[in-house]
Design a protein around this ligand. Structure first.
Ligand code: NDP
Length: 279
């Protein structure tokens, strides 16, 4: 029996399964195969992007799965070269074509790229895409706090979700508080630390894993879920695809969650800084 993944409400789309399958750095040639494995394992939430160059493979796996469209939650993202209004509309249509879908459940602006100065225009395009039904929910990814607040101020529309780098070594407490004030769901990319640190060998994590007969990755994912964060671990390893989904069944104690909270580090960021990221 696949794990039961909790849903979180997402206005105005269907609820979002809190644990999904991410496909960053999944080569286009294997995207169909690994996405099919994830769907067979029980994932119903997929996270891709134009920039990953694997939307076609993901789309083929969806089509071949036989899973009803309304039972799947699919996210894709607008790349940095298409923030101008008309470009954004065309980019979304091209993503839908590659995915073979009539709509996506969630469309995100991938990076704010503040130096480019088009993050408000890109957000206005997403609002238009939602109004015409090509995307059900809209959100952003990698928006520093000032740019996040600016798009809300400029349009009166808050993103339904903000996808940001987030893991126990980089917990993004300030942004999470801003999200709470605006009713924005927090979604974690790099939830396992992307293999860039010793997170999965940290004794606080491995100790809790041993206590539960679970893996360190499952403990980290259960920590995300305990905090109400949407999490989308990536793996191309069949056993890990299954293992990560099963984290939905792992319940940590309040003390265990608090022990992992202690791992936050000022220098814990592993990826690009959204404030200085250029296209
Ligand atoms: P993750 O934190 O999910 O880490 C992926 C790495 O961890 C891979 O090397 C994988 O190896 C390994 N791994 C997976 N499961 C396990 C396990 N159970 N035990 C040990 N190691 C494991 O990083 P990602 O960068 O992939 O982030 C997840 C998703 O977030 C992406 O796939 C993408 O959808 C999204 N993302 C969004 C970004 C954005 O800018 N909006 C940026 C980056 C990611 P292997 O595959 O070999 O099994």
């Amino acid at each position: 029996m696949p794990a039961t993944v909790p849903d979180l409400p997402l206005t105005p789309a269907r609820p979002i399964p809190q644990l999904g399958y991410g496909v960053f750095k999944v080569e286009p040639e294997v995207a169909e195969e690994v996405t099919a494995q994830a769907l067979a394992a029980g994932y119903r939430h997929l996270d891709t992007a134009t920039a990953y160059r694997n939307e076609e493979g993901v789309g083929r796996a969806i089509a071949a799965s036989g899973i009803a469209r309304e039972d799947l939650f699919v996210t894709t993202k607008l790349w940095n070269d298409a923030h101008a209004f008309d470009d954004a509309i065309a980019a979304c249509e091209a993503s839908l074509e590659r995915l073979g879908l009539e709509y996506v459940d969630l469309y995100l602006v991938h990076w704010a790229v503040p130096s480019q100065g088009q993050y408000v225009e890109a957000w206005k395009a997403l609002i238009a895409l939602q109004e015409c039904g090509l995307v059900r929910a809209i959100g952003v990814s990698n928006y520093p706090r000032p740019q996040l607040e600016e798009i809300i101020e400029a349009t009166g529309v808050a993103p339904a979700i903000h996808q940001i780098e987030l893991h126990p070594y980089f917990q993004q407490r300030e942004l999470r508080e801003v999200h709470e004030q605006h009713g924005i769901l927090t979604e974690a990319w790099g939830p396992l630390g992307q293999g860039k640190s010793d997170l999965l060998e940290n004794p606080a994590v491995t100790g809790i894993a041993e206590a539960h007969g679970a893996s360190p990755a499952q403990v980290v994912l259960a920590w995300h879920l305990a905090h109400g964060i949407v999490t989308i671990p990536k793996s191309v390893t069949p056993s890990r695809i299954v293992e990560n989904l099963a984290a939905a069944e792992l319940e940590l104690t309040a003390a265990e969650v608090a022990a992992i909270d202690e791992l936050d580090r000022p220098d814990g960021r592993g990826g690009a800084d959204p404030a200085t990221k250029t296209a």
